[in-house]
Write a protein that binds this ligand. Structure first.
Ligand code: FES
Ligand SMILES: [Fe+2]
Length: 427
């Protein structure tokens, strides 16, 4: 365990800077697993991953194996992936369907809600032990779902999910409202990769509109040509650079929310149109009317990052999950969504777009991963202890309800994350 006191953690985050130990110290990471991933609501998966009774999806929370499961009665459960007998991990495949979850070691079988269903040579066990729920597959203390996004917490005393999401819940609303049926589906699998860096580097990056002009310069400049390859794009994204050379992308506004969430305005200023996009707009108009439809489609927000491990990419229609594995090793997933009820060509187009922007060998995500690994290497040096997140400090506009807007690629989003981190780690 770390030697850090609460006071140490409080002093690691100042108003305009954070201490490099946050990224490189294994002791800090262990405390994060307890005080952040062990106490907050952590995104587990989407209900569409388990549409049918018996469907399951395996993942981890705070490095602990858990399973998202659909029970025979249709209810959604999150269980520890651990056998109630002598502790073996029960489900080994990442996804599947089973009538019973059966342990390979001695053959105990569990119902899809975790209850013990069958024990070979049962008569040799004291029956009272077999009736004790702790020897089933134990459910996580708290599970809640918001518009299909399932979150769980290891802490029975965690605040209600909607209080945690607070104003930032609009990120989930905005992507779901884009679907004529009002919900999304994760239907196409994901891109999954690791980088040799701390998990917070990816979380910070998602509210970072300062980096694209430099980090993605080889693909975005000078006329945003790559983004114009989106089907139905009308001039693609806004050009990343003005004729005078100024990086327009860096003028994008960012918001910081309570509880460490953040969002950024969209790079794509124009609505996609033509062909299936017109058909899609007509579908939404039939439900919401033209005015509200314009509001839904106008790409006002690029993404909403929900602390500690979820990013809803609204303008891009995908979902990103961040999973810390060690202080210097992180797993990331990108799931393109299906906008349920929309023309199928739109969903397949979103898969293609995710392939070219967020696959491990794509032309955007690779740049970021290079940045994260270089940060990790640089932060291992002793040159200075401080990491500066001062961009736009003092220029934030208080929009009320704990929301702060920062113009011109402000680092207000990174500060919101770090201030939440400080409060959790020093509690
Ligand atoms: S450890 Fe699972 S049946 Fe024995
Ligand atoms: Fe990036």
């Amino acid at each position: 365990m770390s030697n850090y006191s609460n006071e140490h953690f409080r002093n690691m985050v100042l108003e305009d800077r954070v201490h490099r130990a946050m990224y490189v110290d294994p002791g800090v990471f262990e405390v994060e697993m307890q005080k952040i991933f062990g106490r907050l609501w952590v995104y587990v998966g989407h209900e569409s991953l388990i549409p049918n009774p018996g469907d399951y999806y395996c993942t981890t929370i705070a490095r602990q194996a858990v399973v998202l499961a659909r029970h025979t009665d249709g209810t959604v459960h999150v269980l520890f992936n651990r056998c109630g007998h002598r502790g073996a991990k029960v489900l080994q495949e990442q996804r599947g369907n089973a009538k019973y979850f059966t342990c390979m070691y001695h053959g105990w079988a569990f119902r899809t809600n975790g209850e013990l269903a069958g024990v070979p040579m049962r008569q040799d066990f004291p029956e009272a032990a077999l009736q004790d729920p702790q020897f089933g597959m134990v459910p996580l203390p708290r599970v809640e779902s918001y518009r299909g996004f399932v979150f769980a917490s290891l802490d029975p005393k965690v605040m209600p999910l909607l209080d945690h999401l607070d104003e930032a819940r609009v990120g989930i609303d905005e992507i779901c409202d884009r679907a004529p049926a009002g919900e999304i589906e994760l239907w196409a699998g994901c891109h999954r990769y690791h980088y040799k860096g701390n998990w917070k580097l990816q979380m910070e990056n998602m509210a970072d509109m300062y980096h694209p002009a430099a980090c993605h310069g080889s693909t975005v400049g000078p006329d945003g040509r790559q983004f114009q390859r989106r089907a139905g794009a009308k001039g693609g994204s806004a050009p990343f650079f003005a004729p005078n050379g100024e990086a327009i992308v860096a003028q994008t506004g960012v918001r910081g929310f309570r509880n460490g969430h953040s969002s950024e305005a969209s790079l794509f200023r124009e609505e996609q149109s033509g062909g299936v996009w017109d058909e899609y707009r007509a579908q939404l108009e039939a439900i919401h009317g033209p005015e509200r439809t314009t509001d839904i489609l106008k790409n006002k927000r690029h993404s909403m990052t929900l602390f500690p491990n979820l990013d809803v990419l609204i303008a891009q229609n995908s979902v990103r999950v961040v999973r810390p594995l060690a202080v210097d090793l992180t797993e990331v997933e990108i799931w393109p969504v299906r906008l349920k009820g929309a023309p199928e060509d739109i969903s397949t187009g979103l898969v293609k777009f995710a392939n070219i922007t967020h696959a491990a060998a794509s032309f955007i995500q690779t740049d970021d991963l290079e940045g994260f690994e270089r940060c990790q290497e640089g932060l291992n040096t002793q040159g200075t202890d401080w990491v500066l997140v001062a961009r736009g400090l003092g220029a934030e506009i208080d929009e009320g309800k704990g929301v702060f807007f920062g113009p011109r690629s402000s680092e207000v989003g990174q500060r919101a994350q770090h201030y939440a981190w400080r409060d959790l780690m020093s509690a």
